[in-house]
Write a protein that binds this ligand. Structure first.
Ligand code: GTP
Ligand code: MG
Length: 328
């Protein structure tokens, strides 16, 4: 986001920004209340103030590492006497937090092909624990890619539960995109293989494959994901082009443990962080960024089809700091 967008946002002119702000309002309330309390008044920069900031970050789900990094950078600037007053410290804190997210602010780019003979579907494999928001995110992504003029197909790779296939079909109908599915209990890799064959034949731009969040045990789930990868590779060695891990932000620290388990078995190339509207735990985004250094592609800010936004570091920080009153 450019400074212009930040400026517009402040003036409340951007409807787009206000939607994100509304989605993040629980986290925003927590941050703005906390920051206001820490910075309000004619504060001088001393140990106490730095400690208060540290506590605030720790209690805002940033995690120990991200908090330590930010505090170390602030302390350095304070020691060099670069920050004369609390307002400068506040501004620097915001900048530090933005920088922390900028490293993972890398959008998903779907290639286009000048020569139709080169065309091949861009395959996105969605992974994550049950209930994280995979299927919902598939639906939201389908709409997004379509609105960008791309053709989309969905693969019902969660063959574990009948309801899972039905849920995906509903999203397919809503977006008017084809859904490739087989009966419950069939082989997930084979459904996704069929879907990829069909997507190639129809010259579909994006194939999004849903998967199950839970099998009988972790080993089964992980074996299945490896098999899906292997089988897809028979049609296109580069597929899947994106393995998107979906993480539920409301679980806080737990989202990090979940991510660790998946990272042990699949090469995750991007993250989507869901349900940021559902709790005040949006600070976990900093924690995830610091811990994994994996591109955050999208954030989920509601259950509706339009409630998925490309992740933007500056916009994110701007939204959660909106309304901070330092009185300075
Ligand atoms: N508030 C909110 N709810 C969300 C968001 N994303 C998903 N949900 C809800 O989270 C619940 C679980 O979402 P699903 O998409 O079914 O999750 P899943 O990962 O496919 O779950 P399994 O298929 O069981 O593995 C649903 O009720 C969704 O509506 C979000 O960004 N905000
Ligand atoms: Mg699902």
């Amino acid at each position: 986001m450019t400074d212009n967008v930040a400026e517009e946002a402040k003036k409340g002119k951007s409807g787009f920004f206000s939607r994100i702000k509304a989605g993040l309002s629980k986290t925003q309330n927590k941050f703005s209340e906390g920051m206001g309390r820490v910075f309000l008044g004619e504060k001088i920069i001393d140990e106490d103030l730095l400690e208060e900031i540290e506590t605030l970050l720790l209690t805002s789900d940033l995690g120990v590492q991200a908090t330590e990094d930010v505090m170390a950078n602030l302390a350095k600037k304070v020691a060099r006497k670069e920050l004369g007053h609390a307002q400068a410290l506040y501004t620097t804190l915001k900048q530090e937090l933005t920088t922390l997210l900028q490293g993972v602010d890398i959008g998903l780019t779907i290639p286009t092909f000048d020569d139709p003979a080169d065309h091949k579907p861009f395959v996105i494999l969605m992974v994550g624990v049950n209930g994280a928001g995979k299927t919902t995110t598939v639906g939201k992504l389908a709409k997004r890619f379509q609105s960008e003029g791309k053709t989309v197909m969905l693969a019902a790779g969660d063959t574990y539960r009948a309801a899972a296939v039905e849920q995906l079909k509903v999203w397919g109908e809503r977006n008017d995109v084809p859904v490739v599915a087989q009966a419950t209990g069939s082989d997930s890799a084979s459904v996704i293989f069929d879907a990829l064959e069909s997507a190639r034949a129809r010259k579909v731009d994006v194939l999004i494959a849903d998967t199950a969040g839970r099998l009988q045990n972790k080993k089964n789930l992980m074996d299945e994901l490896s098999k899906i990868r292997r089988v897809m590779g028979k049609l296109d060695v580069d597929a899947p082009h994106e393995v998107m891990l979906v993480l539920d932000s409301t679980t806080g620290q737990n989202a990090l443990s979940q991510a660790n388990e998946f990272l042990q078995v699949v090469d995750v190339s991007g993250l989507s962080i869901t349900k940021l509207d559902g709790s005040a735990r949006g600070g976990v985004v900093f924690n995830i960024a610091r811990e994994f250094n994996i591109p955050i592609r999208f954030i989920g800010i509601g259950e509706k089809i339009d409630d998925l936004r490309p992740f933007n570091a500056e916009e994110y920080v701007e939204a959660i700091f909106d309304g901070v009153n330092t009185g300075l």
